[in-house]
Design a protein around this ligand. Sequence first.
Ligand SMILES: Cc1cc2nc3c(=O)[nH]c(=O)nc-3n(C[C@H](O)[C@H](O)[C@H](O)COP(=O)(O)OP(=O)(O)OC[C@H]3O[C@@H](n4cnc5c(N)ncnc54)[C@H](O)[C@@H]3O)c2cc1C
Length: 384
Amino acid sequence: MLSFAFSAEQEDFRRQLRKFAETELAPRYRERAARAEFSFEAHRQLADLGVLGIGLPEEYGGSGEPDPITLGLATEALAYGDVNVAAAPVQVGLVAGQLAWGGRQAVVQAWLPRLIAGEVVAAIAVTEPAGGSDVAALRTEAKKVAGGWVLNGEKIAITHATSAAVGLVYAREPGSRGHDGISCFAMDLGSPGVGRTPTPGMGALPLCWGGLSFEDVFVPDDGLVGAAGRGFAGAMRHFDFSRPALGLLCLGAAQASIDEAAAWAVEREAFGRPLAAFQGVSFPLAEHATYLEAARWLCYRSLWTRESGAQHTQYAAMSKWWPPIVAKDAIEAALVTFGNLGYSIELPLQQRYRDVASYLIADGTAGIQKRIIATAMMGRTAAR
Ligand SMILES: Cc1cc2nc3c(=O)[nH]c(=O)nc-3n(C[C@H](O)[C@H](O)[C@H](O)COP(=O)(O)OP(=O)(O)OC[C@H]3O[C@@H](n4cnc5c(N)ncnc54)[C@H](O)[C@@H]3O)c2cc1C
């Protein structure tokens, strides 16, 4: 029989995290969201709850085997209280996963325990002024020298640019073109020659978004993650995980918004009746609840397919283009249900709207995800 049930342990964990999200995270969400400052206090609480080590090797403090479904559940549950804090397990999972399965021993030992313990955060630096969607156009160069590599170039729009201690930086061999010749380097962002510039955004401020520059930055041989010149394929495999997780992140925030709007519709009266008595109010909320549920299962379908080891690139792309849009639309409907209060900064709705909007772009826009799906359906003709 087909089952949509999570295991008893997963349900317990989800309940625990949802309670934490509502009682600990939600009350200070807007306060944290107003500052371009990473909250290590909240981050360490996630580490104490075991969230940052999900699916990572036990010897470094993780829970063991890859566990994408539990990571998705955790992300969704935490986003109910604070969508910015809840982004941490996705980022840690993305970086630490690449390090754990592609990093050299010295680098893994240096960073993985600290990432899992919540002592440091990491950045992934792909996007450049000349190429965001078109990753193969990146220009940052990594020149081989004795004992390591020397990197020169510039990255923009990087999450944790100003807060990360370590970065996974993608750079190419001089003279290489396209996807070939791109490698991934684990770089200590305190190294000489690294520059950091904050970029103010319309939301997601605590994720410390900004630019990174590299001027003759030396990365020792141990810093190479995966095979030299094969960094692009390695990165794509990990984005297949982060995309459904980011979908669930947006949906968790949207579910909180729809729940708040439903409660308000019962409480608030207009024309002598509760708002909920008007189908013009209750039906849109019912419709958004339906879309949220459908989008959730698309994300879990993708994570489940990943866990089973099957090819899931197209499901991951579906989970990244549609759920953030569903979530953004649901938050907008919740905001309107509250009338003037919804627009006020006294409520979290406007903040969630701006924070979730970042995922319409981060990790690839809807247009790029549709390109990936179309390629899976129709071959490379669809990606020309
Ligand atoms: C909040 C936030 C966090 C981010 N964090 C990171 C990070 O941590 N690390 C990192 O490396 N990057 C990060 N990014 C960058 C992000 O991945 C890029 O912005 C994104 O991939 C789009 O690239 P671009 O901005 O260069 O837009 P462009 O590539 O210039 O695209 C502009 C528009 O054209 C469309 N477009 C381009 N080509 C096509 C095509 N072939 N078919 C259809 N449409 C197309 C795009 O969909 C988009 O709408 C982040 C971005 C944001 C907003």
